[in-house]
Design a protein around this ligand. Sequence first.
Ligand code: GLP
Length: 264
Amino acid sequence: MLVMLKTNRDELNREAARIIASAVRRDPSLTLGLATGSTTIGVYAELARMHREEDLDFSKVVTFNLDEYVGLPANHPQSFRFFMQQNLFRHINVNPTNIHIPDGMRRDNYDEYCAAYEDSIRQAGGIDLQILGIGRNGHIGFNEPASSLGSRTRLKALTRETLEDNRKFFASGEEMPKCAITVGIGTILEARRIVLLAAGSSKSKAVALAIEGPITASVTASALQLHADVTFIVNEEAAAELAQKDYYRRILELTAEFTPSRLW
Ligand code: GLP
């Protein structure tokens, strides 16, 4: 694991966008796993700028989103499809046929549909770089506490905490979806490289448990400890409860003379 501490959101956004952009430049037909949520907005804005000003080319990139609310049509302003369109896709030259997001309007045969989503990830050669946010309860995607650490894409009921956290995005009085389709922890762990972003004090407990706590289905992000190539990019507020903060800060300094290509 590599833990990168950033002083503010701007630095976090730039670092995450830099990692994504260099992966795309190295492999123009990269398969990207994408997340939604307020933490990703600045990262996507930076990628859009790089596309505009630095010719970052997404024409061959393939994308798979982690999750979608059940019951929201693609044009609903709170659907993750709409979020991706507004914050990233309409600003870059991604080919619409290369975009994959679970279908929130699916009414039946969820198992079949979810297995087909997994199949399309496999047919694309698997996820090369998976971007993640983290919920206040330590969830990744919508893998709520007590999700199997081997889980695959499936229908998932949302916890009260997650419903509360996401209610702010919905109009007052508007009915909020109580379920989502999400890729599983097992699916996420198969990505070749994982980058998790966390910002703000509301995430400090989840971040500390994910990085330094025991591996447990109660904090599904802790499963990332099993992955061979995971980077956490965390701002000061989100890093507040990390016990080894000072060590993480010094790792780059201490290893600089060896110029390793990998630090995790
Ligand atoms: C939702 C998404 C997660 C995301 C989380 C964090 O629950 N399903 O993938 O990590 O939001 O959102 P935010 O960045 O707004 O805190």
